[in-house]
Design a protein around this ligand. Structure first.
Ligand SMILES: Nc1ncnc2c1ncn2[C@@H]1O[C@H](COP(=O)(O)O)[C@@H](O)[C@H]1OP(=O)(O)O
Ligand SMILES: [Mg+2]
Ligand SMILES: [Mg+2]
Ligand SMILES: [Mg+2]
Length: 369
């Protein structure tokens, strides 16, 4: 990749000379473009679709469209390399005869975004299928693999709350880059616990929409999603060792993470403030920005985590000075393929707080065995 495309805002940071600067610039462009597609789809959701009944098609269009656009930008940034991408969506439903109308709809949407934002020539349906299929990599400990969740927090997307476009880069087993596009997240600190619905309702206003980015060894940053090339702020976790002032975050959906378990852990750790419940990896962004001090996730035992649900958020939190582990205290290992096999759940917090929360989680777990 050529190295002369660092955005102007990076000049004062370690990013412009960083090892993967051009890859990070491409990742930011990819996430920004995909976020624009998602915003367009979300703004067109009808009232019945927002009510999140049975029709999953609007969000499905956005999932596929975002995945294809990210692959398009990354492939174009370095056409000499065959892209290896571990991504959530696959083309099976689209290439089936029953997927023809959906594929046409997605291709039309992608082409309208490409024409408007990039002045690019239209893609064919076959091009779109090919781009989506680039996401079928198995990842692993060697070489470079991009890791993508085109929309994380689909329930939040449909419910007009929070969601994120999440892109990481795995180099020889380590996540070295992470970018989160959070179109509905206010640029100022978030403190309420309405799951982001109030913020999402203001999504057309200028102070909503954030891009979080991190480069291993060069820090974590946030920028307005709409002007990330001209504005950037370094961020760090809030090292709040007084548990009385600490706030923890968890899934909005109790099906995704056990709210009663986290309440017991919080109590055990001396955390008394109510939780901030939000969808998606937006929570990792909020932790990195210091809006809240602790993130806990305890899915049902049968649930198997995937690497795209945590890769980008994890490196952003670590570069902001935080610690991310499973419930046994082990660092998350993204090098084992598409799955993220871990023990029990995830705890992320500044180092001083992390130990106390981990000990509390282990105590609560022990008392329930
Ligand atoms: N049954 C489930 N249990 C736990 N997590 C789930 C479940 N179903 C989907 N998810 C995933 O949990 C993540 C959302 O976490 P949160 O609850 O913090 O918003 C998403 O990756 C979502 O997938 P998806 O990417 O398809 O939205
Ligand atoms: Mg996800
Ligand atoms: Mg997803
Ligand atoms: Mg999904």
């Amino acid at each position: 990749m050529c190295r002369n495309h660092a955005p102007a805002a990076w000049a004062e940071t370690k990013l412009s000379d960083a090892k993967y600067a051009s890859e990070l610039a491409a990742a930011c462009e990819a996430v920004t473009l995909a976020s624009k597609l998602c915003q367009r789809v979300q703004q067109q959701l009808t009232t019945s679709e927002k009510a999140d009944k049975d029709d999953a098609s609007p969000v499905t269009v956005a999932d596929y469209g975002a995945q294809a656009l990210v692959a398009w930008v990354l492939q174009r940034a370095d056409p000499s390399l065959k892209l290896s991408m571990v991504a959530e969506e696959d083309s099976a439903d689209l290439i089936a005869p029953s997927g023809a109308a959906m594929l046409a709809r997605i291709t039309q949407l992608i082409n309208s975004v490409l024409a408007e934002e990039q002045g690019a020539a239209p893609l064919s349906e076959q091009d779109v299928v090919g781009l989506i299929e680039l996401g079928g990599s198995q990842g692993g400990p060697q070489g470079r693999h991009w890791v993508l969740d085109p929309i994380d927090g689909t329930r939040g997307f449909v419910g007009m709350r929070q969601y994120a476009v999440c892109l990481g880069m795995l180099q020889d087993g380590d996540v070295v880059l992470g970018v989160l596009g959070c179109p509905n997240l206010p640029q100022g600190a978030v403190g309420d616990d309405d799951g982001g619905a109030a913020a999402a309702g203001k999504s057309s206003s200028a102070d909503v929409g954030c891009l979080f980015l991190a480069h291993r060894g060069a820090g974590a940053y946030v920028a307005p999603l709409s002007s990330s090339s001209s504005s950037l702020r370094r961020i760090s976790v809030r090292d709040e060792s007084d548990m009385g002032n600490a706030r923890f975050m968890e899934s909005y959906e109790s099906r995704h993470s056990d709210h009663s378990f986290t309440a017991a852990v919080a109590k055990q750790a001396g955390v008394s403030l109510p939780p901030l419940r939000m969808d998606s990896q937006v929570k990792y962004g909020l932790l990195s920005r210091g809006d809240a001090g602790i993130f806990m996730r305890f899915p049902p035992p049968s649930y198997r985590e995937k690497i795209w649900d945590h890769a980008a958020g994890c490196v952003i939190v670590e570069e902001a000075g935080g610690k991310v582990t499973d419930a046994s205290g082990a660092r998350l290992d993204f090098a084992r393929g598409r799955w993220l096999d871990l023990d029990g759940g995830i705890i992320a917090a500044p180092p001083a707080v992390h130990g106390a929360v981990l000990a509390a989680a282990q105590a609560v777990r022990g008392s329930k065995l």
